[in-house]
Ligand binder design. Sequence first.
Ligand code: ATP
Ligand code: MG
Length: 730
Amino acid sequence: MAVDEWLADLNPSQREAVMTTEGMVRVIAGAGSGKTRALAARFAYLVNELGILPGNILCVTFTNKSANEMRQRIHRLTGDNDTGYINTFHGFCVSVLQEDSHAIQYPKSFLVLDNSDIDAMLKMIYEERGLTLREMTFARARDMIEMIKLKERPDYYKDMLTMSLDVLHQKFTDAVLVKDIIFYGYLYQEKKCFGLDYNDLIVLTLHIFEMHEQIRQKWQKRLEYIMIDEFQDIDEPQYRLMEVLCAWHKNLFIVGDPDQTIYTWRGANVRYLLDFDKKFPDVQTIMMMENYRSTPQILAAANDLIDKNTNRIKKSLVPMLGDGRAVVYFHGSSGAGEADWIAQEIIRLREQGADYSDITILYRAHYVTRVIEEALQKAKLPYTIYSGVQFFGRAEIKDALSYLRMIAYQDDLSFQRIVNVPKRNIGQRRMKFLEDYAREHSCTLYRALCETVEEPIFNGTRAADFLRLIRNYTAVFQEYRVSELLASVLSDSGYETMLRTEGAQDRLDNLAELKQSIYEYEVSCGEEAMLEDYLAHVALFSNSDAANPQDKIRLMTVHSAKGLEFPFVFLCGMNEGIFPSRKVRTADGMEEERRLAFVAMTRAEKALYLTESEGRNIDGSMRYPSRFVLDIDEKLLEIVAAPAKRLIKEARDYSRLSDLQIKADEAAARFLTGTRVRHRVFGCGTVVAIEPERKAYQIQFDGMETTRAISFKAPLEQVYQETAAQDADT
Ligand code: ATP
Ligand code: MG
């Protein structure tokens, strides 16, 4: 294709972004203004027009999914199979380490650890030191390890690299505090298998670059052009990595939208985007003012919402599409009512010619999907849960769930599925024996095995082991979280070992995904996530029959919809306590939540539906319409069913009260980060972070190596002027 042909599809600012290939270039522009499109075109321009080799370009995306999409897009534009480094920061670090991990004496075949691997390590750690889940759940231990690595001891990796396995093990066995036991146990386990978690990937890459000039220069020289999408959500380690990588050629192209910062809770900082020109001289900043994605109606409503954030730079986009329907608002009298209405509306859209795949249902938290799925199934509408596509139909997922069901119910279906997986030498003949016995005695297969396991027919089998396994878990499962239970039983049953021996990494990945989904399920329902509840919840997914795989309604969380676009968007569960989430504890958190709602709304191209319903939240509280709906001027909405006036008033009162509560909670933190404070015993230190959820500061005391969490209530004093004497007494 000739250059002007595909440049013709771009507007002047996009063209400028594409053709300004040298130096530091920043694009700040709103949702749907064509940033990602410009980035892809720029890649093609570099390759097709300037003859740059794809292998010398680094293109960083935020998720693996967007990396895949970008790769396909670039492939279409360049026709080249070599698409260079199009990846997330973590994925890129894997490439670096695969090439250069010898510099830190790690083999090429290091393991990238996922949550399930970490859990398996924790299990060994707990067993060796006699810890139980009562002391700390695996999920909390993982979070804690991450926090220690990120905040308390950012140079932890030096221990990992310099200490021998023996020394690390010694530290682990000598440790007294649970926290230290887990942390050193984990470092030991990591080193033992050459495992690296996500944090390690970045930190070790940086370390190699710092220690080995040759390697650093090799990569710096190789990456002639660097482009980063979704820059508003970059975090500190990633930023440092970027600084190193672009230092040689100094060709860096970043794009972002401050209004779409939605990962602050994981360390993202929008200042990196906003202060980019202060950090680098001669930055060229390009604005894109047109919106090509959404109708003027959708854009107006989304802008009206984001306008309510106080901490924001105003910008307005010019809609390029023609008029469409006003944003629709539906209030249901129950969750089921809301879901049924969505299903009916989808049927109407379909009659008007829309494909199911044009329709996406977005939500803040996974648990919201249950009612939606019920309604879709009742209406026989095909759908797929994003990131869990036909997921629950896969063998390993069914097996894993059968283990859980076996523990809860000892039912025949589960029994048949797993009694011989992994192999326990219970084949057809023995199975038939059990079936006959069960029929004669009208009992379950499990009972049958319990009663006959001593019979000679089971000699040479591992039937007794299987019974022991199920019995042990049946006795205690009520005390475990479902996610922990699953991790534990998959390991104890030998199921995971079986997959490992088979080298079935993708199936192990699926199990990790299942654990993650259970974990999210637990987070979404709080403490009361019982095994039986979970099984009921998940049965919904496993029973849905597969229709035409191409044409399905998509269901996904707002976070995973980042950067994507869909013709018709239903944003459901727009209620206080769901969206905004009840976990929001700070005014900043509330603004981030509003940005998230803005991201959700700006995914829609032709039509946007906001829905919610009254009733009770999962914590038993009253359900009110979300402030994010009430934020939007009524004139911009087509209200199909409105809540009672009384409910709106109560909702407004509720939001106001919760804002006051947030202010009060925040007020309890008397010091901002960066403040110098004095503690009666620990002396002077600096507040490095505030943790409103725990009502505590993280303080780096001058005389201590690691930070401490100190309660808001502790008698801390602000230090205004530091005298030599004060310094001396710390
Ligand atoms: P987000 O902030 O949500 O990531 P974005 O700025 O990256 O959005 P894109 O996804 O690149 O926006 O573009 C939004 C839509 O507009 C896409 O469908 C894209 O193809 C289309 N588009 C972008 N630029 C143009 C243009 N110059 N002419 C016509 N359509 C365009
Ligand atoms: Mg984009």
